[in-house]
Design a protein around this ligand. Structure first.
Ligand SMILES: [Zn+2]
Length: 313
């Protein structure tokens, strides 16, 4: 958000006043460079409420916005996967392969995705009859992400005589089966209390991180639940195409994702915290078999997957 005015260069903080009570004030302190003479740009904190915005520390007295500012919870602008060099199955970015068919393509002409580890073709797509064609691969094979590793997108033997790859194609790349959900320093479930099952029949695994660490979806799917519950705190359940569902608990605030909306692997869900019944900020994550979370599936140990993802990204 940008506040415009004059003589703002000495401003020291912006306060989101919210309602008339001072209890919901959220203060953003400004760095020396953040305030320009005629404009101050600040990131709206997630806890800010609609209301007046006050700039203080200016040469003049504190100034308030003449109109209250309406703050709406939008979809998360953050794409936590954007810094990843790997392609993530179900991520926002897909592998792109473009080609041009020069003469009528022979029967059986296809683009194929080949595993660099096994040499096996994991998926293939028929060519267009003529001209420009392209394939965008989300890294899934059927309803499951492909195994992590190197992949090659290429024209198969039948196609290579009549078509050619166009520039800008992803011919070889590293694919990750998912994205580690805690996007900052963390400790993987270490004690018996933090692991699956055990004496308290723990349905998930607990991964500790500093309070407020961003939390992202580890795989793509559709939001099934977004709610608060006394034990789970702020939680979200995402269902994958294979019918399994995955619960993320104890988030700091209600997630901005909407029930029924699609999320991609690496999309911000919220922040790690200790809402609900939790001692210390951590992600409690549950994996449930189809048909899903409290819909007839059962919980299974999420630690093997979390360990794999933690090594990948
Ligand atoms: Zn737990």
């Amino acid at each position: 958000m940008t506040v415009r005015g004059s003589n703002l260069q000495s401003a020291q903080q912006v306060t989101f006043v919210g309602s008339s009570s001072s209890r919901d004030n959220v203060v953003v302190k400004l760095s020396a460079r953040a305030a320009q003479p005629t404009a101050i740009t600040v990131t709206v904190p997630s806890r800010a409420k609609s209301g007046a915005v006050r700039v203080s520390g200016t040469i003049a007295a504190a100034v308030s916005s003449p109109q209250p500012v309406k703050i709406v919870a939008g979809l998360p602008a953050a794409d936590d996967a954007s810094g990843s060099t790997k392609l993530i199955a179900g991520g926002k970015r897909e592998a792109h392969f473009g080609y041009h068919v020069n003469s009528s393509a022979a029967v059986g002409s296809r683009v194929e995705a080949v595993s660099g580890t096994t040499g096996k073709v994991v998926r293939s797509w028929p060519l267009v009859k003529s001209g420009e064609g392209s394939v965008n691969w989300d890294g899934f094979v059927g309803k499951e992400p492909a195994t992590s590793g190197t992949y090659v997108l290429r024209l198969n033997d039948s196609a290579s005589a009549s078509a050619e790859t166009t520039t800008g194609s992803d011919t070889q790349f590293e694919l990750a089966e998912g994205f580690f959900p805690v996007r900052g320093a963390h400790t993987l479930a270490a004690s018996e209390m933090q692991r699956f099952g055990g004496s308290r029949n723990h349905q998930g695994t607990d991964h500790f991180a500093k309070c407020g660490t961003p939390l992202a979806a580890f795989t793509s799917g559709v939001v099934q639940f977004n709610a608060f519950q006394g034990a789970a705190g702020n939680y979200v359940v995402v269902q994958r195409a294979n019918g399994e569902s995955y619960a993320y608990m104890h988030m700091r605030e209600r997630s901005p994702v909407k029930v029924g909306a699609k999320v991609f692997a690496g999309q911000r869900l919220g922040r790690v915290s200790d809402s609900g019944h939790a001692s210390g900020c951590h992600l409690h994550i549950e994996l449930w078999t189809a048909p899903g979370w409290y819909k007839g599936g059962h919980a299974y140990d999420s630690l093997p997957l979390m360990k794999r993802l933690d090594k990948l990204n």
